[in-house]
Design a protein around this ligand. Structure first.
Ligand code: FDA
Ligand code: NAD
Length: 430
């Protein structure tokens, strides 16, 4: 049993949705020539909604409202849209093996799907506690958050936990965004993570301090510099407390775990070149096999701005842009230059909102008001006398645009005290 397509997008997440939009805009395929294969049961959606609008206690966001590509203020790609565009959605279908030489994919239902050109958009999976030697994380009140199914489990757990206690494991993006959502749902939160401060991959100690004290004012307790070792459960298998390495027991009506991800590369290991935990691609998002492209969280691609350094980014803007770039490169190779991406990350929690551009390397200076409840503060990272990264909390559209420009231009900044004195004005006047 089998089907043949010209173009196959493997994975039905953010990148797949934006790839579909780009195919539809450019044309260049006929009805029935393009398909998206996804393990998920629904058409591609804006994954960031799962830790934000989806978890709101009032008027939570639900599909079809947040299908791609509304996150980039573009069209809402519903199932009907794919039908109208002649793009086949092969949903609820897991691909279990791939043969790059033969250009075939085998699904869990035993179907062989062949392609002429493949776009790998398999994203990533949440790391499980079991991978750190801790068992029992399949309990009904322990939640991870990567897909819709996880989000529904989390919503259910929250609804039977009002006024109760939640323990959040991990101080990264998921931990911070879920802790804020839990508090908004009137659940008491303790965050547990091994580092000295939250968001260790990006925040400086001073930036982290602001968010931690803001969260503390909302009732969140921080237990830092330690990890959990096991869970206590009741006779039904539900977790009742989290046991920490330092011997403390934290009462828990529910647990949310966000301890990082692994890119879904396994189908292609031994067949395609890998780097930085992802599938290595060139500036056209093309892998070591010329018929295969990789985009989104699974792709490790060269960042021109960082002198071609290869990075695997785990953020939605990168997924959107790399997907569109790959489609452009496939359909119009001679007109498509190498990708020139400016890394961009953001988050929104409570009434706070920050953006970051570039790379957080070099010397850091901070500026602005770190004390207010409606803050406006930021930081620049400077390396070799040039701005390499910029962070801002509480900015407006023009502020963020100005920051992106100074990072993109690698604006010279040799006098650190002058940069500190000027703060945001430095970027705005450039
Ligand atoms: P994505 O994970 O979106 O999609 C992968 C798809 O491939 C899934 O549909 C999966 O089922 C499918 N798949 C995998 N293996 C398969 C197989 N073998 N067979 C069939 N299908 C398979 N970023 C940001 O910049 N700002 C933000 O606010 C947030 N917020 C946020 C919240 C939450 C809860 C998460 C989990 C993530 C974010 N992110 C984010 C990160 C952002 O969502 C992420 O970078 C993109 O979703 C990556 O898009 P991809 O399409 O690469 O993977
Ligand atoms: P992360 O890498 O942001 O953070 C992982 C955290 O896990 C670390 O900060 C650390 O505190 C903690 N940790 C690691 N091992 C641990 C252990 N054994 N015990 C306790 N804590 C441990 O990953 P995440 O928060 O799980 O997020 C998953 C993915 O989702 C990432 O790719 C992230 O970029 C994406 N995401 C992004 C956003 C955003 O950009 N706004 C929002 C949500 C999710």
């Amino acid at each position: 049993m089998g089907r043949a397509f010209v173009y196959v997008v493997l994975g039905g997440g953010v990148a797949a949705g934006y790839a579909a939009l780009e195919f539809a805009r450019r044309g260049g395929y006929s009805r029935g020539e393009l398909c998206i294969i996804s393990e998920e049961a629904v058409a591609p959606y804006e994954r960031p909604a799962l830790s934000k609008g989806y978890l709101l206690p009032e008027d939570p966001s639900r599909l079809p409202k947040f299908h791609t590509c509304v996150g980039a203020n573009d069209e809402l790609l519903t199932t009907k849209w794919y039908k109208e565009q002649g793009i086949e959605l092969v949903l609820g279908t897991r691909v279990i093996s791939a043969d790059v030489r033969r250009k075939t994919l085998l699904t869990a239902t035993g179907e062989t799907i062949s392609y002429k050109t493949l776009i790998i958009a398999t994203g990533a999976r949440a790391l499980k506690l079991e991978e750190f030697g801790i068992s029992g994380s399949d309990a009904e009140n322990i939640c991870y958050l990567r897909n819709l199914e996880d989000a529904d489990k989390l919503v259910n757990a929250m609804s039977s936990c009002s006024g109760g206690n939640a323990v959040v494991i991990g101080g990264g993006y998921i931990g911070m965004e879920c802790a804020a959502a839990l508090v908004t749902n009137k659940i008491k939160v303790t965050m547990v993570f091994p580092e000295k401060h939250c968001m260790g991959r990006l925040f400086t100690e001073k930036i982290a301090e602001y968010y931690e004290s803001y969260y503390t004012s909302k009732g969140v307790t921080f237990t830092k510099g330690t990890v959990l070792t096991s869970f206590e459960k009741d006779s039904t298998g539900k977790v009742t407390s989290v046991i920490l390495k330092d011997g403390n027991h934290l009462p828990a009506d529910m647990v949310v775990v966000g301890i990082g991800i692994r890119a879904n590369t396994s189908l292609f290991e031994g067949q395609l070149l890998m780097e930085k935990g992802g599938i290595k691609v060139n500036g056209q998002m093309q892998t070591s096999d010329s018929s295969v492209y990789a985009v989104g969280d699974v792709a490790a691609f060269p960042i021109k701005l960082f002198d071609g350094d290869v990075r695997r980014l785990e953020h939605v803007d990168s997924a959107r842009r790399t997907a569109r770039h790959a489609v452009a490169a496939i359909l119009e190779p001679s007109k498509t230059r190498d990708v020139d991406y400016l890394p961009f990350f953001y988050s929104r929690v409570f009434t706070l909102s920050w953006q970051f551009y570039g790379d957080n390397v070099g010397e850091v200076i901070h500026y602005g008001d770190f004390t207010s409840n409606s803050p406006r503060f930021g930081a620049y990272w400077v390396s070799k006398g040039q701005i390499t990264g910029a962070f801002l909390e509480g900015g407006n559209r023009d502020d963020y645009e100005a920051l992106s420009v100074v990072v993109r231009r690698k604006t010279k900044a040799s006098d650190m005290s002058e940069l500190e004195r000027q703060g945001l004005a430095f970027a705005i006047q450039e």
